[in-house]
Structures are given as structure tokens and as C-alpha cells.
Design a binder for this molecule. Structure first.
Ligand SMILES: Nc1ncnc2c1ncn2[C@@H]1O[C@H](COP(=O)(O)OP(=O)(O)O)[C@@H](O)[C@H]1O
Ligand SMILES: [Mg+2]
Length: 621
């Protein structure tokens, strides 16, 4: 059979089904379009109800301005919208979009693939209903909906994709679709704390949120309700501006990290987006603090002139284009880094709580007595971090990095420690206290005036080395040491090439290497700071890092990345025995080093327990 090559115009129904393929992917996309319409109509209250993950029923009801009979008829026609402003020459203006919708595609698309009914009423008009199923219209007909003087709209979508069975097959379980709907509804509710939202899923109220008033406070309250109290307790506020682009929101502490990017909520002019530029900027800002497979929790709201951003790049409007994406990236990275720096000594309260609750085995201590036990030390640190800045220029006390001499006379150490107890009295007044013992060759236990501090020596040391390397880098380079025998490291050809291309930057970090044929590099010098190290492992890690971050990270971030990798390799391993002087030196250096509350992978470097709480644990109080 010969294929027909005649060009013909598609019928309206087919066009709508094709458009629906882009706009209506799953129940969550229907909910998104309907709630956006409600918000564009000026609703103060939005109620969303779904059944069966939204597959059998989605209802969105609002108290917005509503539609009269004529508008209802137009609303379900393709490319009919009340939202696109007209430019002065009478053409449609796509550069000043201030609404969430503007394409005039959602309702006809939904009507092409499902059974859609819309009931609406304006302040002046009587209520009417329209229906479309698989593209066939009915109405507008007078309907019983609300009473005279009231206004609003109720949109019901039944049997999604009944008209396109192929699409139906791609839907997941109703549980998975429910989660998709909840995520979309959550993001819209975060964007508009001033609107009340109720979401009901198979008869269960998922959230019911009252409208909040003041913008910044209200936004935090709304976020706390949707992301959990924990987030609010472990987040730093953000407020920054660059050339009329405003950024506000909250940045989760690095220690409050997540296994995936689901807790990153980004908004541009009140529109929830999943934009690559923005997500990349967030990743870059946290790169110093988090392992590659961990993700921060953030809620960031960008506000700018609508002309500065093009929202018409994606049918579902999830991505945007900025006129100057470098500026936006710089604003986000700068603001997040500044906020994290401010909070650098604060380890996540959730982690500390979790650590302490592990002690609560005997059940003597009621949970409420233990709440907020870490605040005093955090407050002391908060005060301290101001003074730390003044010391930045002075050299830090160095913790010895040479491999520890093997000690077999631990008895001697023990005696020595006690003999010097009185000398360490002044240390006890310091925030991290006086070192008293090392346990399992990994944890330093210190006594403070009102409690005890447990430090993970590897995590702490890694952070210190890293900060020191960054400081050295800023002051013009890291000291190097030549290897007695230059080391050849075999790699993939592209990896070797990538490393060689960065040879100059790496040399500034103290790592001198050169090309050694196609799949290898020759390492001649390493950072003196690191002492003896496994050169091969280090080179491979840097190669991996370069492969991953090359395209998205700026030069400085890339260097910081490399420093983080170098630092990890050069840190005191868990398992090395330290003497009291070394331990105290480590504690003092932590106190005077920014960001020392967590290691480069976002784990805390220490936990502090107050004496009062320890006493409670033993039922002494
Ligand atoms: N909940 C609602 N309340 C009032 N008017 C609505 C509502 N939903 C849709 N409309 C009207 O129907 C039109 C078409 O909606 P839609 O197909 O989603 O396209 P868009 O939102 O892009 O304009 C809107 O422009 C608006 O005038
Ligand atoms: Mg719309």
C-alpha cells in the first residue's frame, strides 16, 4: 500500500489532543493548570479534591471572579484567553505576562482527553455550566451554583485520558499520581501564602492552610506547614537584590540535607519552576558543603520585571529563560553563600536532636525536657563568629599534619594528661572546651563549663584543612612538595586531557602534573599541606569531579571543589591517635575557623550535650 503524501489540515479535535499531549501529561498537570486559573481569577480560597490519584476525579473550586455565559463558552475554545495584554499597536504582547496562564490551551486540552464540566458565576451574572467530553461541547446552560452576589468557579475533570487510551497506559499507580498532585499543589500553595488552600485526596485532607497575611513572615509560616517545622528551624533567611532582580526565601543548613532534589522549591514571579539555571546555581552554592549525592532544601523566590524573563519556552511553563542568566546565577550563589557563611557554626538542630534521642533508651527523660538543648552553644558560637572575622588575617594555629608517631606507651599518655589538667582549665572556658579523651581513635571528648562536646576528628580536620587551603588559595597559592619519584597515573584519555587542561589551576593548588601520553598524567609535586598521600586516588577523584562539574561550575567553584577533594585526602583519618595538645589545638582551631560546624560532606563535626540534660538522662533532675 502506498502512503498518502497529500497535506491536509488536521481537525480541531486532533489538534486539541496533540496539544493535550504537551500540556496534560498526568493528573498533576491538570491540577496545576486549574489551580493556576483559580489564582489568575483572583481567588482567596482554593479547594482541590482528587480521587484515585486524580485519574477518576479532579475538582478545583475557587472564589475568584468567575465567568459569565459568554466567557464560559470562549474559555473552552482553543487559543482563547483573557490574560494576554494587548501592546500599543493592538497586537498580543508576550513580554509583559503577569499571570500564570496566557496560552489559552489548558481547558480545551483537558476537554479533549477527559470529561470536563465547568460551573461558574460572576458577581453580576447568574450561574452557568459548560461540558466537554472528548472534544464534544454542551452548554452554556443555566445551572444551580452559588447564590446571587457570590462569585467563583468549580471545574470538574472525570475519567482523565478516557479518550486517549494510549496515554492512560502511561499513568502510574494512583499512589504515585497522588504524590505528583500533592507536589504540584504544595508548590503553588508555597507561592501564594496569601491564599487559603485545601487539598483532599480520596477523602483524606492532605493539607488545609489558612491564608497568611504579611509577606515574609507569612511565607515562612506557610513553608513551615508544608516542609515541616524542621525546615523552618534549620533554615537561614535570604534577602538579596542585584540590578532590580530580587531574591528572598530560605536556605536549609547544609547539615539538613536530603537524598534527592525534591525539597528544592523555586519560584519566579510567583510561578513555581524547575529551571536548570536556578537548580544549577543552588547546587553550585552548596558544592562546598555537601557530598555530591546529597541535596540541600531551599525555597527561593525570584522577583523581577516580567520583561527580564521569558516564560513562554515550555508548554507546561516549568522552565523559563532569563535575559541575563549570569546575573541570576551570581545573585543566587552569592546570596546563598553569604547566608551559609553567617550560619556556619550552626549545625542542624535535627541532627543534634537525633543524636540525643539515641541516649533516651531508659525513658527517664520526657521528650519535652530535652528540647532545644543545643541552643546555648549555638548562641555562643553565633557571638563568636563575629570575632572570628577579625582574626581572619592572622595565621591560624597549625594542627600538625605529619603522620602521628606510633605510640605504644599509652600509660605514659594517661599520666601526662592528668598532670596537665590544671593547665587546661582555661581551655574549659572555650566553647568547645578542654579535650579529655579520645575514644575509638575517632572521637574527641571535651569538657566544657556546662556540658560535654564530642568531636568527629576526621570530619573536623577535613573542614579545617579545606578552609586553610581556601585561605592559602586566596593569598596566592599553596606550598608544594616534590615527589622523590614522579608518579604516573593511568586514566581514561578524556579524563587525562581534562586534568592537563587544568594544570595551571591545579598548580596554584599545589598539585603539579603534566601529560604523559594519551591516557596518563605524570604527577611531580603535591600540596605540602597534605603530607604523604595516595596520589593515584587523589588524581582519580579530581578527574571525576572535573567531569561532573565542568559545564556548570564557575572557575572559583571548581577550584573550591578541588580543594574539598584535596582536603578530604589530607585529613586526619579516623583511627589516628592524638595527644591532648593535638586535640586541644584541633578544638581551638575549630573555634576560630568559619564553617567548622560541618565537614565538606554536610555532616556535623561535633555534637554538644549540656550537663543538665545528661543529669536528666540519669534521672538526677
Ligand atoms: N477558575 C477560573 N475562574 C475564572 N476564569 C477562568 C477560570 N479558569 C479559566 N478561566 C478563563 O478561561 C480562559 C481559558 O483558560 P485556559 O484554557 O486555562 O487558558 P489561560 O489560562 O492560558 O488563559 C482564561 O483566560 C480565563 O479567562
Ligand atoms: Mg490557564
Amino acid at each position: 500500500m502506498k502512503e498518502s503524501r497529500t497535506i491536509r489540515r488536521l481537525d480541531e479535535g486532533t489538534i486539541n489532543r496533540i496539544a493535550a499531549g504537551e500540556v496534560v501529561e498526568r493528573p498533576a498537570s491538570v491540577v496545576k493548570e486549574l489551580v493556576e486559573n483559580a489564582l489568575d481569577a483572583g481567588a482567596r480560597r482554593v479547594a482541590i479534591t482528587i480521587a484515585d490519584g486524580g485519574m477518576s476525579l479532579i475538582v478545583v473550586e475557587d472564589d475568584g471572579e468567575g465567568m459569565d455565559a459568554a466567557s464560559l463558552k470562549l474559555a473552552i475554545e482553543r487559543h482563547a484567553t483573557s490574560k494576554l495584554p494587548l501592546a500599543s499597536d493592538g497586537t498580543d504582547d508576550l513580554t509583559h505576562i503577569a499571570t500564570l496562564g496566557f496560552r489559552g490551551e489548558a481547558l480545551p486540552s483537558i476537554g479533549a482527553v477527559a470529561r470536563l464540566q465547568i460551573l461558574s458565576r460572576t458577581k453580576e451574572s447568574a450561574a452557568h455550566a459548560v461540558r466537554i467530553a472528548a472534544g464534544a461541547f454542551e452548554g452554556p446552560d443555566p445551572a444551580g451554583f452559588l447564590s446571587a452576589g457570590q462569585h467563583g468557579t468549580r471545574v470538574e475533570v472525570r475519567d482523565l485520558f478516557f479518550a486517549t487510551p494510549a496515554r492512560l497506559k502511561f499513568l502510574k499507580s494512583s499512589r504515585a499520581e497522588s504524590l505528583g498532585v500533592i507536589d504540584v499543589a504544595k508548590r503553588l500553595a508555597m507561592a501564594r501564602p496569601d491564599v487559603s488552600f485545601v487539598l483532599t485526596d480520596d477523602g483524606r485532607v492532605v493539607f488545609s492552610l489558612a491564608a497568611e497575611d504579611s509577606l515574609f513572615e507569612g511565607s515562612l509560616k506557610r513553608l513551615a506547614k508544608l516542609m515541616g517545622r524542621d525546615f523552618a528551624d534549620n533554615a537561614a533567611p535570604i534577602a538579596a537584590e542585584r540590578e532590580h532582580v530580587k531574591l528572598t526565601g530560605f536556605a536549609g543548613l547544609p547539615t539538613y540535607n536530603r537524598a534527592n532534589g525534591q525539597s528544592q522549591f523555586l519560584f519566579v514571579n510567583g510561578r513555581p519552576v524547575r529551571d536548570r539555571v536556578l537548580l544549577g546555581a543552588v547546587k553550585g552554592a552548596y558544592a562546598d558543603y555537601l557530598a555530591r549525592d546529597r541535596h540541600p532544601a531551599v525555597a527561593l523566590f525570584l522577583a523581577c520585571d516580567p520583561e527580564f524573563v521569558d516564560v513562554n519556552v515550555h508548554p507546561a511553563k516549568a522552565e523559563v529563560r532569563f535575559r541575563d542568566s549570569g546575573l541570576v546565577r551570581g545573585l543566587i550563589v552569592g546570596a546563598l553563600k553569604a547566608a551559609l557563611h553567617q550560619e556556619s557554626h550552626r549545625a542542624s538542630s535535627t541532627l543534634a536532636d537525633a543524636a540525643l534521642s539515641a541516649f533516651r533508651v531508659s525513658g527517664h527523660a520526657p521528650a519535652n525536657h530535652l528540647d532545644r538543648r543545643f541552643e546555648p552553644i549555638q548562641e555562643r558560637f553565633a557571638g563568636l563568629s563575629d570575632s572570628v572575622r577579625h582574626y581572619d588575617a592572622t595565621p591560624l594555629p597549625m594542627v600538625t599534619l605529619a603522620p602521628a608517631p606510633q605510640r605504644d606507651d599509652s600509660a605514659h599518655d594517661h599520666v601526662h594528661d592528668h598532670a596537665h589538667d590544671h593547665e587546661h582549665e582555661h581551655e574549659q572556658a572555650a566553647p568547645l572546651g578542654a579535650a579529655r579523651a579520645q575514644l575509638h581513635e575517632t572521637y574527641i571528648v571535651a569538657q566544657t563549663e556546662d556540658g560535654i562536646v564530642i568531636v568527629d576528628q576526621h570530619a573536623a580536620h577535613e573542614r579545617l584543612v579545606y578552609e586553610r587551603m581556601k585561605a592559602a588559595l586566596e593569598n596566592g597559592g599553596v606550598k608544594r612538595q616534590s615527589l622523590l619519584i614522579p608518579e604516573v597515573v593511568e586514566l581514561e584519555e578524556s579524563e587525562a586531557a581534562r586534568l592537563v587542561a587544568r594544570a595551571e589551576e591545579l598548580a596554584a593548588l599545589g598539585l603539579v602534573l603534566e601529560s604523559f601520553g594519551p591516557g596518563a598524567v605524570l604527577v611531580r609535586e603535591t600540596p605540602a599541606l597534605l603530607g604523604e598521600l595516595d596520589t593515584k586516588a587523589l588524581i582519580r577523584d579530581i578527574a571525576d569531579e572535573l567531569a561532573e562539574t565542568e559545564s556548570i561550575a564557575s572557575l572559583k567553584e571548581r577550584l573550591d571543589h578541588v580543594s574539598a577533594t584535596l582536603a578530604c585526602h589530607g585529613s586526619v583519618r579516623a583511627g589516628r591517635r592524638l595527644n591532648v595538645e593535638e586535640m586541644n589545638a584541633l578544638l581551638r582551631e575549630m573555634e576560630s575557623t568559619p564553617h567548622s560546624g560541618q565537614c565538606n560532606h554536610g555532616r556535623p563535626t561535633y555534637v554538644a550535650l549540656k550537663l543538665a540534660d545528661i543529669e536528666r538522662l540519669f534521672g538526677r533532675r
